[in-house]
Design a protein around this ligand. Structure first.
Ligand code: ADE
Length: 272
């Protein structure tokens, strides 16, 4: 059995992780370029927890400028086995009001200006993305959300858009007609790259707004988002603290094969 190392990628509003013991910022080099920031590596109850602020401290990087490959690579180098992304999102469903934490199970990737794979150019691999999140990680998040009385819903489809502009009204209606639940700008290609790196991945999508479709809520407004982000951040920090405290110290095998994703994925002959 491998020891669990829990990774947390903090999105907008989450730039630190209070409660980490013996924590220090560590610079990890990557052949894939510059990650968003140094890693904040510490412990919770004896387990290593590795935190990365996705936009960098001070929120310097827009979603299209994030080097997702370098981020996943440095987390892998730090030994992360299980990775939770904590991300702000818009709601595409009436019942998912701002403040709700959605434990996403599926993604639709509409991003187009990002590097999406570690493979290609001499080494070709096709990993499965049929089940992009690891159910055992979602179990851990759900149990923690219950224990901390945080409003949440298990399940939902996350539409990843390029941004940085928010959606038009027509786009927002289109994504609703596709059955999507939440919309954000950052979880793709992050989830795909985590799978290629054989890291179990799950997302806590924290609703900040109703995107642009809701007749009573009007356009997305960044001032409102920041206000909700502040409330969400406190809950997110409590949630992550609880997940880490209760997390299995031995990495549980992933029922959807996230941690063995490359076993049958490589196309290139080894001696070529
Ligand atoms: N992040 C937070 N709210 C969002 C929205 N409505 N669309 C895309 N990304 C978001």
């Amino acid at each position: 059995m491998t020891k669990s190392v829990l990774g947390i990628i903090g999105g907008s509003g989450i730039y630190e992780l209070p409660g980490l013991e013996k924590a220090e910022w560590v610079k990890v080099e990557s052949p894939w370029g510059e990650p968003s920031d140094e890693l904040r590596i510490g412990e919770v109850g004896g387990m290593t927890v590795v935190f990365l602020p996705r936009h960098g401290r001070g929120h310097r990087l827009s979603p299209s400028d994030i080097n997702y490959r370098a981020n996943i690579d440095v987390l892998k180098r730090a030994g992360v086995t299980d990775l939770i992304s904590v991300s702000a999102c818009g709601s595409l469903k009436e019942e998912l009001a701002p403040g709700t934490f959605v434990l996403v199970e599926q993604f639709i990737d509409r991003t187009f200006a990002r590097e999406k794979s570690f493979f290609g150019a001499g080494c070709v691999a096709h990993v499965s993305m049929a089940y992009p999140v690891s159910p055992k990680l979602v179990d851990a998040i759900e149990a923690a959300a219950r224990a901390e009385s945080i409003r949440h819903r298990r399940g939902g489809t996350y539409l990843a858009m390029e941004g940085p502009q928010f959606s038009s009204l027509a786009e927002s209606h289109l994504y609703r007609s596709w059955g999507c639940d939440v919309i954000g700008m950052t979880n793709m290609p992050e989830a795909k790259l985590a799978r290629e790196a054989e890291i179990c991945y799950a997302t806590v999508a924290m609703v900040t707004d109703y995107d642009s479709w809701h007749p009573e809520h009007g356009e997305v407004d960044i001032t409102m988002i920041i206000r909700v982000l502040k409330d969400n951040a406190e809950n997110a920090q409590r949630l992550v603290g609880r997940i880490a405290k209760d997390f299995p110290r031995e990495h549980p095998a992933c029922p959807v094969g996230s941690d063995t994703a490359l076993e049958y994925a490589l196309m290139t002959a080894p001696d070529m």
